[in-house]
Design a protein around this ligand. Sequence first.
Ligand code: NZQ
Ligand code: ZN
Length: 413
Amino acid sequence: MNNFTFCSPTKFVFGRGVTDHVGTELAAAGHRRALIVYGQGSVVRTGTLDRVRASLDAAGVAHVELGGVRPNPEIGLVRKGSELAKHEDVDIVLPVGGGSAMDCAKAIAVGACYDGDPWDFWAKKATVEHCLPLAAVVTIPASGSEASNSCVISNDAEGLKSGCTSELIRPAIAFLDPELTFTLPPYQTAAGVTDMIAHIMERFFSGEPAVGVTDNIACGLIRAAIDAACIVMEDPENYDARAELMWIGTLAHNGLAGCGLGIPGKRDGDWSCHGLEHELSAVDPGITHGAGLAVVFPAWMRYVWQNHPERFLTFGAEVFGIEPVDPEVDDLSDIDEEITPERAVHDAVEATIDELQEFFVSMGMPSTLGELGIEETDIDRLIRGLRINRGERFGTFQSLTLDDARAIYKSAL
Ligand code: NZQ
Ligand code: ZN
């Protein structure tokens, strides 16, 4: 087990009705003036925003608002929000929404404490030294941003979508009210489930040796996510299944699922698939992050598995109950060809990747880049973004070159 630092300082307030406790929690933490950040209207339509406002009013916490955050949030609104936060002298930033509202809010919290252009942090020209406190009301389990140390922002003018990582941007409080997620469209539910599973797999497939405790947490979380997803796709208002997904989404990305699997001093996982996906939603901000991952992850798996087949065998066995056939034990009388041990491993790994992809597709996720509107002629732009964001080589399970990345994209067309 590799050395690690696990820091999850967020206070989680979880369950039915916690949306109405936002004000008392913020007041108890000493906050007096909040900037509410929200998306393109779902929290207005569902009444969630009104509940948060009322809760703040009742607790004597003043508030100003910035709405209109789009999926794959853009730096323009971050600049506006940073100025607003400075001008209004807020002492906490309070996103009400999903990863996009939360990341926009994180970026605003950083920008509000900085004299230069907030994009400097995503252009790697500045490192985060100061940040306003954050609390988050989560309306979609997906990004895990409510407890993560990362923040992803797009810059349309530069055709980029880039990440910034800092311990300072982990929210202090996260409100996780599963009932808020009843209104999610099936596609967003599915994309969220895909994203949380991807966050666990990025860590599981880090390329480092097995860590029993972490592997069991990881595979258990994925099994629970698949079970709960199958329920909510049929029954969107099933509270317990929604609640499971909400908590899994958080645990998938607060660092717990990577303890001991990272290389000390580096990230706790491979993160190639996130790199490959972020370029898709940079080229077309209409692409939902989880949907991009549903295409990219299986393609990456097929490309790299031979580096560490044992990790894929563990994953297949623990998540899907897939084991390589064993001529000593299994009845192979129906099979004409000889099943060598290598062939048995190959078939088990292929079956595992197929099973994962079929699960994504069963929820309504795409399996090809074409379904996302990405064509072969777009690949040069994807590679350009990767070069800026990831350099000439990236990933730890297999150190990928940009030619490898091109091959993975092509295999997914
Ligand atoms: O904008 P509104 O109107 O609120 O609608 C949203 C949006 O259209 C809708 N929605 C959210 N909650 C809803 C709802 N609709 C009905 N009922 C509800 N309860 O869902 C759509 C997607 O929302 P968004 O916030 O974009 O989704 P998600 O949470 O998947 O966030 C995606 C963003 O997070 C980034 C992604 O790259 C992407 O930009 N990520 C952030 C990470 C982090 N900070 O740690 C890690 C992730 O890997 C990811 O990269
Ligand atoms: Zn993600």
